[in-house]
Write a protein that binds this ligand. Structure first.
Ligand code: NAP
Length: 486
């Protein structure tokens, strides 16, 4: 059935991986290549019994995983990292087939996700506790940092590998066990990662992947099961809110990586070429389907026309097509609904007075392909200003001064990522402090890094992925008081 030819065909799995075993189901769902609508694989639905088994066995595996020395855990994680990198090429083929992103980006995502495993394999050695000075003789106070326990997770289709590894790497390094449900649209990358975790020797029950097309009932179990200590989600704010409410019934710890509406500001003192480069990286990566995509591009009126001209000539160089074709830099959108949404936002903006500078239509490359598009004259009243576009559309808004643009940038319920291009050092500090976003990129369009805390404020979520902050999300601080010492 699969048109995928891999160097290592073992990587292509079609059922859930639970407690170290591949468990077949009674019915199947199809994974479709968005570039050509072909079936990449038919995948078995997880059953309710298997789902229960995934959580029970993750709970049982906790003791064995936590009894491993830190060296043993770190070395298993390092082995997993190495195997992912050895299989980088095949993993990227799988990712492009199910998600559509260009091969270069898929290779990049595999390496980026793997880097989190490498980073947290080292961080496992630095989970230090504290000994506190107390004001009574004969007493000592300790703080132990202990793994929270079983972690469940739900992840989206736009980064089918990295969104899992950004969670699983710190969770496993902390001594937790992990059960993830990837999007039904992109389960194959997750299953390939499970295959490699098993090959690396990570014990049964420590990393399980459940696959199914009925997210709601699966999510219900993952967010309410009493044996689950923590739930970590990446996806839309609307779904995140529902899952957060479900988690309340058993007071689970939660991490939420939700939607964004990133402002990108270009000031009149910016290096325009640097700003255009940054805009290209932030806006058009993954065909505009990233949570940190520049959604509202504010350009100072003095340099507006020059910026638009330069951006236009760079956008015209983008090649739209199937991700494995030579030179392709923009793949398809994930589904028809996504293309229709982009069309609707563009039409409504133009109706309200926006000007179409480039693109604006479906691309002849195929049903789900959309032309890279530039719109100018966007205003805060337009839908496109207030919605996550999730497509290759640069929406440009002119501005006159810093105070005005900071207010406009913060005029959203989201608070994930923001960008500014300027050469004024005083302004850099003002922006870093005044922008209500979890991340601020200065003269840079792509920020993410395993050492840094990725995450949002306001309705973009809570918790951080990456760096020492990322492992805190999987640890409890346990206070131990020892009294009556001599
Ligand atoms: P989504 O619709 O919220 O889906 C995300 C995941 O939730 C998928 O696995 C989906 O399963 C599952 N899901 C949907 N409805 C559910 C329900 N009622 N109960 C349980 N699970 C449910 O989001 P998406 O469209 O896939 O992803 C795009 C969104 O993710 C954007 O808003 C983007 O900004 C955000 N995102 C945020 C970050 C970040 O780090 N902050 C990173 C990447 C993406 P199925 O797909 O199987 O239906």
């Amino acid at each position: 059935m699969s048109p995928l030819e891999l160097g290592n065909p073992e990587l292509l799995k079609n059922c859930s991986f639970i407690n170290g075993e591949w468990l077949q189901g009674e019915s199947q769902f199809k994974v479709i290549n968005p570039a050509n609508s072909q079936v990449v694989a038919a995948v078995d639905e997880v059953s309710p019994t298997q789902l229960e088994m995934a959580i029970q066995t993750a709970s049982k595996a906790l003791l064995e995983w936590q009894e491993k020395t830190v060296d043993e855990r770190a070395s298993l994680l390092s082995k997993w990292f190495e195997l992912i990198m050895t299989n980088q090429s095949d993993l990227a083929y799988i990712m492009t087939a199910e998600q559509g992103k260009p091969r270069k980006e898929a290779l990049g995502e595999v390496a980026y996700g793997a880097k989190y495993i490498e980073w947290y394999a080292e961080e496992a050695r630095r989970i230090n506790g504290d000994v506190l000075p107390v004001n009574q003789n004969g007493r000592r106070a300790l703080v132990l940092r202990r793994p929270v326990g079983v972690v469940t997770s739900i992840t989206p289709w736009n980064f089918p590998g990295a969104m899992i590894l950004r969670k699983a790497a710190p969770a496993l390094a902390a001594g937790c066990t992990f059960v993830v449900k990837p999007s039904e649209q992109t389960p194959l990358s997750a299953l390939a990662l499970a295959y490699l975790a098993n090959e690396a020797g990570i014990p049964a029950g420590v990393f399980s992947v459940i696959v199914g097309s009925n997210a709601q009932p699966i999510g219900e179990v993952l967010t309410t099961h009493p044996k689950v200590a923590k739930f970590s989600f990446t996806g839309s704010t609307a779904v995140g809110k529902k899952l957060l409410a479900q988690c309340a019934s058993t007071v689970k710890k939660t991490s939420m990586e939700l939607g964004g509406n990133a402002p990108l500001m270009v000031f009149d003192d910016a290096d325009i070429d640097v700003a255009v480069n940054g805009t290209m990286g932030s806006k058009f990566r993954n065909a505009g389907q990233t949570c940190v995509c520049a959604n509202r591009i504010f350009v100072h009126s003095k340099i507006h026309d020059e910026f638009v001209q330069k951006l236009k000539s760079r956008v015209m160089e983008l090649k739209v097509g199937e991700g494995n074709q030579e030179g392709v830099s923009v793949g398809p959108l994930i589904e028809e609904k996504a293309v229709a949404k982009v069309e609707r936002l563009i039409a409504s903006a133009i109706n309200s007075g926006a000007r179409l500078e480039l693109g604006g239509r479906r691309d002849p490359a195929g049903e789900l392909f959309f032309q890279p598009t530039i719109l100018t004259g966007i205003t805060p009243q337009m839908d496109i200003f207030n919605s996550e576009i999730f497509g290759p559309v640069a929406a440009i808004i002119p501005f006159e001064n810093e105070e005005e643009v900071i207010n406009l940038a913060n005029q959203t319920e989201y608070g994930l990522c923001s960008y500014a291009f300027t050469s004024n050092m005083n302004r850099v500090f003002r922006l870093s402090e005044k922008l209500d976003f979890g991340m601020v990129g200065i003269n840079e369009g792509v920020l993410s890094n395993p050492a840094a805390p990725f995450g949002g404020v306001k309705e973009s979520g809570m918790g951080r992925e990456g760096g020492r902050w990322g492992i805190d999300d999987y640890l409890e601080n346990k206070y131990v008081c020892i009294g009556n010492l001599d």
